[in-house]
Design a protein around this ligand. Structure first.
Ligand SMILES: [Zn+2]
Length: 397
């Protein structure tokens, strides 16, 4: 557009200069020159216009693509969460329903959920039906794929829920829905591994977050916000035998690769769904009493600080139960090393991560004692309230 304007301005100046003067011979020569010039101009102009249009279209396509790439990372880095008043904190905390979390969301998950089995299908239906019953209007998808394992080929299915698939950016909350293959108790064959903390409770917490924020999430979707929420329930986190790079993280390895191959926003040439992820918040091994959750990554430390702030503010308002000090769960003052988990395939591709897992692991980890009776209900409700504030502030609900 701007190049075409400059060219037509130059043409007018040239014509005005050529017609100046009053000598007849000179005027005739000038007229011939002007005709020749006009013929040349008339011939060259369409070509010039075509070239200008071609190059401006080219540059506009490439600048749009660069714009999207720059915008996604710039917007992610400069993202500012809402900062809530005491009244708003109370409102969001009150929306978390501990009874619904436990009875409606958690109980149906407390069965064997080994990939490719009927138990897995049952709990996937439970997750989908809970989210499908909400008013926010989640787009639900089952991401199924086959993979070879030490036990042969197995079909895995991640459950994905996105509030607004077209939104440029996403906050992801994730957990794994599968349970580890485990030998039953020889003295009591009916005693099976149900992985209450690993990871039925984290999945129930995510379902309760979606339910408790339903009204505000519906409004967020209606506003067509640039930032949306995605929920991911991974299959196949657990190893079938010993944990190795190939025998573990089946669902997250598959999804990270799939998202890296999926252009986003729609039609983008250089950006994928992975660049759309502002932050991946992974919950695992939660449910036991007195969890110590430490910060694992410097690049997301400011988001870990928001969790600390939410815990402190809820504590000061008396909105947490069985919570002895204002900073009981989220700590930045010590570190016990990294933990391999579903975030790794995303972390390796540059996705910012918050890994919410207690270290050290609960004493009942990978034992038949990882059951409902060992969970600490007030802690689970407290953590869900803290996360409700975090998510609401992140999305400015
Ligand atoms: Zn496990």
């Amino acid at each position: 557009m701007s190049r075409t304007s400059r060219r037509s301005k130059a043409l007018h100046a040239s014509n005005g200069h050529g017609l100046a003067g009053c000598d007849p011979l000179r005027a005739a020569r000038v007229r011939v020159r002007v005709r020749v010039l006009l013929l040349c101009v008339c011939g060259a102009l369409p070509l010039a216009v075509i070239l200008v249009l071609y190059f401006s279209a080219e540059s506009s396509t490439s600048s749009t693509t660069q714009h999207h790439t720059a915008d996604l990372s710039r917007d992610r880095l400069s993202h500012k969460p809402g900062k809530y008043s005491v009244a708003q904190i109370k409102k969001f905390a009150a929306q978390v329903d501990g009874h619904r979390l436990w009875e409606t969301h958690l109980r149906p998950l407390l069965i064997q959920r080994v990939p490719g089995t009927a138990g897995s299908q049952t709990i996937r239906q439970h997750i989908s039906s809970q989210l499908g019953s909400l008013s926010a209007g989640w787009t639900l998808e089952e991401d199924s794929f086959a993979s070879s394992t030490p036990k042969g080929a197995v079909t895995f299915t991640n459950v994905l829920a996105v509030l607004d698939p077209a939104a440029p950016r996403r906050l992801i909350l994730a957990c794994h829905h599968d349970s580890k293959i485990f030998p039953t108790d020889p003295k009591n064959p009916r005693r099976v591994f149900v992985g209450a903390s690993d990871s039925a409770v984290p999945c129930a917490m995510i379902l309760e977050l979606a339910a408790s924020l339903d009204t505000q999430l519906k409004a967020l979707k209606q506003q067509r916000s640039a930032l949306t929420l995605q929920l991911v329930f991974f299959d196949g986190e657990e190893a079938f035998e010993e944990w190795t790079d190939t025998d573990s993280l089946y669902g997250s390895r598959h999804l990270a690769e799939l998202m890296a191959r999926s252009p986003h926003p729609s039609g983008a040439a250089k950006t994928s769904l992975l660049q759309a992820v502002d932050l991946l918040v992974l919950l695992d091994l939660l449910g036991g009493p007195e969890p110590l959750i430490v910060n694992h990554f410097d690049n997301t430390a400011r988001w870990f600080d928001r969790l600390i702030a939410a815990e402190k503010r809820l504590h000061k308002q008396g909105l947490l139960t069985s919570h002895p000090s204002e900073q009981s769960y989220f700590r930045k003052d010590f570190y016990l090393g990294p933990v391999q988990d579903d975030h790794v395939p995303f972390l390796n591709r540059g996705v910012p991560v918050l890994h919410l897992i207690p270290t050290p692991f609960p004493v009942f980890w990978h034992t038949l004692d990882d059951v409902e009776e060992r969970m600490h209900r007030p802690t689970v409700e407290n953590l869900t309230r803290i996360l409700a504030i975090f998510v609401a502030e992140y999305l400015s609900l």
